[in-house]
Design a protein around this ligand. Structure first.
Ligand code: AMP
Ligand code: GLY
Length: 435
């Protein structure tokens, strides 16, 4: 079978790398891919990003299965487009992807279906929004309704920060913030303002076929740029799997109180959920679990350590999840995980997360090993040299017995790699070591 992976980041490199290990896979195409997928002879990059062109290309090239990485193409309706033409694809429809693409939609959905989450209110008018935060006090969390490339959430420790966030997110054309359509079809700036929650965060990801759920291994991400969880928020500077904070009790609660009611609620609302579903969890000291957010995709960089641990054939899982008909084989699917811990450290370009420096040669990339793999993200192959081309450049991922050992192994592999202006955290995994 020929398969297509849509996207060009570290998550998609990991998807393609894992799919290529399946004996049933003849070729993995990655659109648009990156320098890492270009280097691997089992993978082939395709420079198409438009949804309709992708569908036409997939038809012409007899692609048996497509899997989507990022939220952009999902929110643009790539799954609807492929399905309308009878192509097999794993991901949520545009309507279902609103769980991520609209915070107002996902909060209203959670409230309607009794899914535990922070109390909140939604605003379009800045004056009432400012009055609300003044009443509630700080700390408080301000979230742009639409997709905002990592700039859409401000955890305001002071009222001044909260007021500034409201003004920024409700501006007509705030940089990077896309506004969703209102009832009249015109874009309306909107913010969700919610209570600040305390606790430990974890990433909880599952696969859904519209009716059933298969959980993936748990993980924890490190969102801040600097050691000790300081500095600005990023897409994620490193991750590891499993996450000790997700005890068997927390796992059971997350499934029972968040994941299953979400799947049922979506079905009831007439937009059954298919694809990866990612719940960002906040686990408090008593082991109570709340949903911070939903993403309608796998996490990046969480995918890299999670797939390092997957022992089952990834293609089989995706085929079961997209099987037309009863879905029995999916409901019975049990994925097998390596008992070891996996950990990935992101190497980012200078300037990330604002304006990353590009075009630097990357030296010292190691060969793939059984217990280590360097997944590429913002890289390109130019004149036979791998160069930086984006904010998060590489994710150096390793596998070992226990968190301390895997941390050592990942940093040992990382030591050999070099590019101008590189930045990375030296403490990925520290939360798990403390726990
Ligand atoms: P989100 O994109 O909604 O996950 O928000 C990004 C990050 O902001 C999360 O990973 C949390 O660290 C933080 N965050 C979001 N909502 C809350 C909240 N209600 N209380 C505390 N922190 C939050
Ligand atoms: N690493 C967090 C995310 O993918 O949203």
């Amino acid at each position: 079978m020929k398969v297509l992976v849509i996207g060009g980041g570290g998550r998609e490199h990991a998807f393609a790398w894992k799919l290529a290990q399946s004996p049933k896979v003849q070729m993995v195409y990655v659109a648009p891919g990156n320098g890492g997928t270009a280097l691997d002879a089992r993978l082939q990059n395709i420079s198409i990003t438009d949804v309709v062109e992708l569908r036409q290309w997939a038809q012409e090239n007899r692609i048996g299965l497509t899997v989507v990485g990022p939220e952009g193409p999902l929110a643009a309706g790539v799954v609807d487009e492929f399905r309308q033409h009878g192509l097999r694809i794993f991901g949520p429809t545009k309507a279902a992807a609103q769980l991520e693409s609209s915070k107002a939609f996902s909060k209203a959905f959670m409230r309607r279906h009794g899914i535990p989450t922070a109390e909140y209110a939604t605003f379009s008018d800045p004056v009432t929004a400012h009055t609300y935060v003044q009443q509630m006090g700080a700390p408080i969390v301000v979230k742009a309704d639409g997709l905002a490339a990592g700039k859409g959430v401000v955890v305001a420790m002071t009222l001044d920060e909260a007021h500034a966030a409201i003004d920024f997110m409700l501006m007509d054309n705030a940089l990077g913030v896309s506004h969703n359509e209102g009832e009249d079809g015109r874009a309306v700036p909107r913010v969700v303002i919610e209570d600040f929650l305390e606790g430990e965060e974890a990433s909880f990801m599952v696969m859904c076929d519209g009716k059933s759920v298969v959980p993936l291994a748990t993980s924890q991400d490190h969102k801040r740029l600097l050691d000790g969880d300081q500095g600005p928020n990023t897409g994620g500077m490193g991750a590891y799997s499993p996450a000790p904070v997700v005890t068997p009790q927390v796992h059971a609660r997350a499934m029972r109180e968040i994941i299953l009611p979400t799947l049922k609620g979506m079905e009831k609302d007439g937009i059954p959920y298919t694809g990866f579903l990612y719940a960002g969890l906040m686990v408090d000291a008593q082991g109570q679990v709340k949903a911070l957010e939903f993403n309608c995709r796998m996490g990046d960089p969480e995918t890299q350590p999670i797939l390092m641990r997957l022992k089952s054939d990834f293609l089989d899982g995706l085929l079961a999840a997209t099987e037309p008909g009863s879905g029995e084989s999916f409901a019975q699917l049990e994925l097998e995980w390596d008992r070891r811990t996996a950990l990935g450290v992101v190497m980012a370009a200078q300037g990330y997360p604002l304006v990353p420096r590009k075009g630097d040669a990357i030296r010292g990339l190691p060969k793939e090993a059984d217990d280590a793999m360097v997944f590429h993200a913002g890289t390109v192959m130019a004149d036979g040299v791998v160069q930086t081309s984006g904010g998060r450049v590489l994710c150096v991922t390793a596998l070992a017995d226990g968190l301390r050992q895997v941390q050592q192994r990942a940093y040992q592999v990382l030591q050999g790699i070099e590019f101008e202006g590189m930045q990375y955290r030296t403490d990925i995994g520290h939360r798990g070591l403390k726990a």
